[in-house]
Design a protein around this ligand. Structure first.
Ligand SMILES: Nc1ncnc2c1ncn2[C@@H]1O[C@H](COP(=O)(O)OP(=O)(O)O)[C@@H](O)[C@H]1O
Ligand SMILES: Cc1cn([C@H]2C[C@H](O)[C@@H](COP(=O)(O)O)O2)c(=O)[nH]c1=O
Length: 213
């Protein structure tokens, strides 16, 4: 506690890190908004940040797949947040929500500084895995920093069972591809494996067609 007290310039405040993960459509943004609204109703000063890479819906709001909204800072990185807000406003903040956390390369450094040194509560929502079920960005890196981790599930679009994974329906192969239900669907394990096989064989057919024409 002595170390925290001195780090915080005499204020005896400990920060917190809470992480919400899961596939697309699992309710990560809905849960993040609910927690931020509840903190705000308890009188705490809150701010929301989302990645400026996500150009779906509004630029100045975090929006759920059901259309719920909350005003936010849309930023290319998290390091610029303190500077953009200014010292006075930053120091007044108690809680910071981060949506689309997979797109922030500086997530780990930001959470360390904000929670350990500045006494903030950080609530992070993002994809743990990409469409190939590989670790996405730095989301899994912040789990060792976290007080709590919540893994949500969606409903498999093909059978209605619990969905743990996100299937990309198109042939594009880059990791980052912004989209909603036009490009992605949540699926259970069985339908991830069968769906991925169909998409890969379609991609191979398209590739061989390109080579021969
Ligand atoms: N297959 C699905 N499974 C669960 N929810 C779905 C599905 N398709 C659409 N939704 C809607 O998406 C909402 C969750 O949206 P959101 O919080 O933006 O999710 P996330 O941030 O995890 O992508 C649900 O409340 C539900 O109404
Ligand atoms: C699986 C996967 C997703 N994305 C993108 C698609 C969306 O723009 C966001 C996720 O949004 P949500 O709030 O979780 O619905 O990430 C991507 O770029 N690459 C992927 O593999």
């Amino acid at each position: 506690m002595a170390a925290l007290t001195s780090i915080n310039g005499g204020r005896c405040e400990a920060g917190e890190v809470h992480v919400i993960i899961g596939p697309m459509f699992a309710g990560k943004t809905t849960d993040l908004l609910r927690r931020i609204e509840s903190e705000s109703s308890s009188g705490r000063n809150v701010a929301m940040i989302k990645s400026s890479k996500d150009t779906r819906y509004a630029n100045d709001s975090v929006v759920t797949h059901d259309g719920l909204k909350f005003p936010c800072w849309s930023l290319p990185d998290l390091t610029s947040f303190h500077h953009k807000l200014g010292d006075d406003e930053y120091h007044k903040l108690d809680v910071i929500g981060i949506d689309e956390a997979q797109f922030f390369e500086d997530l780990y450094e930001f959470c360390c500084k904000a929670a350990d040194h500045d006494g903030k509560t950080i609530i992070v929502a993002g994809l743990d895995g990409d469409y190939l079920r590989r670790s996405f960005g730095s989301v899994l890196d912040v789990i060792p920093l976290a007080d709590t981790v919540t893994k949500l599930t969606a409903r498999c679009e093909l059978c209605g069972k619990r969905a743990f994974f996100t299937l990309r329906k198109t042939a594009e192969t880059q990791t980052e591809l912004i989209g909603g239900s036009d490009v992605y669907m949540p699926v259970c394990r069985q339908h991830y494996v069968s769906g991925q096989a169909v998409i890969e064989s379609t991609r191979n057919v398209l590739e061989s067609y390109k080579v021969s024409h």
